[in-house]
Design a protein around this ligand. Sequence first.
Ligand SMILES: [Zn+2]
Length: 419
Amino acid sequence: MNGNLTIINAASLVCISDRNRPRAGKAQGELDIIRGGAVAIREGEIVSVGTTAEILKKYGDDTELLDATGKTVLPGLVECHSHPIFAGNRHWEYVRRLEGASGKDIRAEGGGIWSTIVNTRKASDEELISNTVRAFNQIAAGGVTTLEVKSGYGLDKEGELRLLRLLKEAAQQTPMDIVVTFLGAHIAPQDGRSTAEFVESVKKEMLPAVAEQGIAESQDLSCENGDFSASQAKELIEISSSFGLPVHVHADASSDSRGWRTAVEGHALSADHLTYTPDEEIFSVGATDTVAVLLPVAEQFYLDERKANGRLFIRNNVPVAVATDYCSSFQATSLPLTIAAACSWFKFTPAEAIVGATLNAAYALGKNRDRGSLDVGKRGDITIFNCEHPNQLGTAIGAPIVDKSISRGNIIWESMNKI
Ligand SMILES: [Zn+2]
């Protein structure tokens, strides 16, 4: 585990070179592939990228060589939207949805996010850590090297700070790099507090404590009719910057809520879901560096009436990322499957979806400086796939296609499947 590794003979070395901004428009579909490529990592950092002949000439065989003949080598996958810390399971709600029940029906039957909050508050620390580490292990099997995780099932100061602390503890039990996000304004409280009171409590109690304890790297919030209005979201975004916390916005997940515009005007790192964002809003907001994080698996399993207009975001020069949305409703763990789903669901090319799970996902987390692409100076984070061309990530649907993942030059996960 010294962080020194040279990978050679890759059928496709997919560089996705960082051009100092997230990839949008035509560039979203460009992968910068080197055939027969190689990458040298020293002390955890990428020091050279090129053809195998060039790299062997420069670096010889002074360190461990990993032969990637017949394989596709990608920057380490970045999963930029997950909610892994909770107790209880809501599988019965899916059955009710399939039977035609609405979200309102399910809440009346005792389900919905609030039921997860009640169960999570009752659970022991040990149970929550164990649930979270199990999620980490399953997500790591999809080749993820960086994973963003949100709190959000505490919904009061004590509960949220507890979940953030437990996420930090669980992070010690995985070799993936864990990026922790504070999600206070997740849904409107259902225990008698008004949303206005709750927003005040996020602003005056939770955010100051999160910032003081330094236990989260950003704030997430919902801009959604029935939860938090665009003006409440704006207030939370503005105060977040005074604490030095960049922002993510759950936007337009269930209805047109002006979430996309609010996120972009607030210079959010990302706006996520965007299922109901109207085409006119995408047109009028235009190009931006706020990353649109789309969740194709979540949209399919929520049985939404519509889908995010992924192609229109790309056409309007908006950088797009894709993510699983692992949460208490659906435990989608596979980022490769999500890449495949993004292709059929949004009509993305595999290249566009791959950029969305690497470089653009790194930008969505504010982690672009040291990961998301195979560029000299970035972390030696790599995911190796059992296929010759990256297009096969779009066609090998559900296959155990991940061969290895590598973090800072060290192998952190390896498949037992020899395919
Ligand atoms: Zn979410």
